[in-house]
Design a protein around this ligand. Structure first.
Ligand code: GLC
Length: 425
């Protein structure tokens, strides 16, 4: 497939998924605006020159920001019968209706990239200056309300990690209350095989945590104490560190003050370092409730690379990763194929995700591991050439999960058909 053919196919997916002033992750399966998906999606729009879509979708997301600074993980811009749990279950009382959880702050880094790459410098400066206080407020909220014992970022629900049913959460999730069957009206398994989705038991726990936080009136300042699930997450921490340092880098050019974001970046990087597990040779989640590290080596630990890590740690992880290839053909499996809980077709328990590959490749490049980064890019291209599915079986590359998935298409436009990241302004 030529670059032009691939771009055309990817753009067709994004256009189809664009809905009003935002782009849904996948028609039917995910019919609203999702928080961290907005990051890669706007990079896709920017790479085809659709700057109004790109800036506009970031603005749209931030227009649903909570007074605390939290940016919600789903914004329910309109009603849809296709998704559970919908706004009535969350009952956050917000307008527009949103969930009461967040997701990794990728849209912050996306805004920084838009600023650096927008050919219209005046527009870039104007759009960014309107967004700046909101971007910083989100990061300050993470710093204030979501810092754990190692100074890493705490997620209070597996959904906040974006890697919903990763084996990294198995232990802490098992200790949370379960909602009754009566409260489960899953819609996801209407379009995707149940074997490729989280289990019903996991959903009962997911809803059990939602109920617990709802009882506390969605008090976003105290969720680390309120939630039965509280885990320091390497990927969330890395993405926070990077978001803050991306803002720090452009602060001068944007005419903004870098002090808050510089402090946040330093703290988050220290937090990430605190999650290194030398015996495992990997960054590892820490269960705040149980007071111990938890789970096998997963994509979350590898995404630490994206936040900027010690070179020796990067080398060690790459060495370990090489041993995965005797069990799977395509990188990066979302969980260690030799580890507990691995399942090659079940969502975040094994399948390859384009977003993870992009974050990891970016981190590898920054760690000077350019050969490994390029290899990952080539492998990812082979996957998306077969279609822009939600994820891929790491054994043979079969596309599975949702069809016509926005970030698989958007990152193809942004990453796989462009030789270099956009130059700094
Ligand atoms: C799933 C994914 C999450 C993503 C969402 C929308 O819940 O686990 O990472 O943001 O779908 O694509």
């Amino acid at each position: 497939m030529t670059d032009a053919e691939l771009r055309k196919a990817a753009l067709a997916v994004l256009r189809k998924n664009r809905h009003g002033a935002y782009t849904v992750p996948a028609i039917g399966l995910y019919p609203y605006q999702w928080c961290w998906d907005t990051g890669p999606i706007v990079l896709g729009w920017a790479s085809v020159g659709e700057w109004d879509h790109a800036w506009g979708e970031v603005d749209r997301l931030f227009s649903a920001q909570w007074p605390s600074g939290m940016v919600p993980h789903i914004v329910f811009w309109e009603e849809s019968p296709d998704y559970f749990p919908g706004p009535d279950v969350w009952a956050t009382g917000r307008q527009p209706p949103t969930t009461g959880l967040t997701q990794p702050p990728l849209p912050v880094s996306a805004a920084a990239r838009l600023f650096a790459a927008d050919p219209d410098a005046a527009r870039a400066r104007e759009r960014l200056s309107l967004l700046w206080p909101r971007l910083v407020a989100w990061l300050r909220w993470i710093e204030r309300a979501r810092t754990g014992p190692h100074l890493a970022a705490v997620v209070v629900h597996p959904w906040e990690s974006g890697m919903d049913n990763s084996p990294a959460w198995d232990e802490p999730l098992a200790a949370t209350p379960q909602a009754s069957h009566r409260h489960l009206e899953r819609r996801d398994t209407a379009t995707v095989s149940a074997k490729q989705r989280p289990s019903t038991l996991e959903y009962r726990h997911y809803l059990g945590i939602v109920n617990a936080l709802k009882k506390k009136q969605w008090d976003t300042e105290h969720q680390v104490d309120d939630s039965p699930f509280a885990v320091e997450d390497p990927a969330f921490t890395a993405i926070t560190a990077r978001a803050a340092s991306d803002l720090a880098e452009i602060a001068d050019a944007a005419g903004q003050d870098a002090s808050d974001v510089t402090r946040i970046a330093t703290q988050a990087r220290a937090g990430l370092a605190g999650l290194w597990d030398d015996e495992l040779g990997w960054y590892r989640a820490y269960d705040v409730r149980a007071g111990k590290p938890t789970g096998p080596a997963t994509a979350s630990g590898l995404v630490a690379l994206y936040g900027g890590v010690d070179g020796a740690h990067a080398q060690k992880m790459v060495g370990r990763l090489a041993s995965w290839s005797d069990a799977v053909k395509y990188s990066v499996a979302s969980s260690d194929p030799h580890g507990a809980g691995f399942d090659p077709i079940r969502y975040w328990r094994g399948p390859v995700w384009v977003l993870v590959n992009w974050l990891v490749a970016d981190g590898l490049r920054n760690a000077g591991l350019t050969h490994e980064a390029e290899r990952l890019r080539t492998e990812t291209r082979a996957l998306v050439e077969q279609g822009f599915t939600e994820y891929y079986d790491p054994r043979d590359g079969t596309g599975i999960g949702g069809q016509g998935f926005s970030w698989s298409a958007a990152l193809t436009l942004h990453w796989l058909t462009e030789p270099e990241p956009p130059p700094d302004r």
